[in-house]
Design a protein around this ligand. Structure first.
Ligand code: SAM
Length: 236
């Protein structure tokens, strides 16, 4: 596995074909987390934005879950967007869902304010260092009352909790049938270069400052967690 990449999306773009196999061997309870995230998405969301579609594992479920909505799938990796498009078109050939594919960094997204009723994401936003700014931008993209629901890797708090989570992750990766030593070295190298883990308490504060309310952590397993929030009527 190649380990040196300038950005998180270059790293993922370079492994687009092997991603699906690796992610299930490298993220404990990956399928359960995706299912749980879906459980919390309001079914009446008409305009849905997914940030960091990767190979489309959540995207495919979103197309099924929101058959009458418009979906916008964003990823900075052209390879990932191409793969997701291929999978969506192959699976939903008969129905032609209303899906747009956007190659863009999260930091550079350009949609008018209030463009979405739901913004969702799975294990992608921890690649952004400045989450306060990101959450302000996401709040602007949402209509009042819209929902922001995402799964991601979080920092444990205090640091001793984070170390427990980190060791548990390494132990999971090393289990027989999961990651090879080379794969694990690549993952750790990527994490050190591109991952920015934030404690749940800081996510809550930044979300609140950005104009979100009803903030909840609805699932947690070691480093991974799911946070849901509502775009408040009035900005704080
Ligand atoms: C770990 S993958 C997650 C993919 C998928 N959501 C899943 O749950 O399997 C992270 C994705 O985020 C994308 N990504 C990382 N940083 C990004 C950024 N700053 N802007 C846009 N996309 C980014 C990567 O290209 C990659 O496809």
């Amino acid at each position: 596995m190649t380990t040196s990449h300038e950005s998180a999306h270059a790293y993922f773009g370079g492994m687009a074909e092997s991603y699906d196999s690796l992610i299930r061997r490298a993220v404990p309870r990956y399928a359960e987390m995706t299912e749980r995230l879906l459980t919390y998405l309001p079914s009446d969301s008409k305009r849905v934005l997914e940030m960091g579609c990767g190979t489309g594992n959540l995207s495919l479920a979103l197309v099924e879950r929101f058959p009458n909505s418009t979906l916008t799938l964003v990823d900075a990796s052209e390879e990932m967007i191409a793969l997701t498009r291929e999978r969506v078109e192959a699976r939903f050939r008969e129905v032609t869902p209303a899906v747009s594919y956007v190659v863009s960094r999260f930091e550079d997204l350009e949609f008018p304010a209030g463009s979405f009723d739901l913004v969702t994401s799975s294990i992608s936003l921890h690649h952004v260092r400045d989450k306060a700014l990101l959450y302000e931008r996401i709040r602007e993209l949402l209509a009042d009352g819209g929902r922001f629901c995402f799964a991601d890797q979080m920092r444990g708090e205090p640091e001793s909790n984070h170390l427990v989570n980190w060791e548990q992750w390494l132990a999971f990766c090393r289990q027989s049938g999961n990651c090879t030593a080379d794969e694990l070295a690549g993952l750790v190298d990527h994490a050190e270069a591109h991952d920015h883990y934030t404690p749940v308490s800081e996510h809550f504060s930044m979300l609140s400052r950005a104009g979100f309310g009803e903030i909840d952590c609805v699932w947690r397993n070691w480093m991974w967690g799911i946070i849901t929030a509502t775009a408040a009527q009035e900005l704080n």
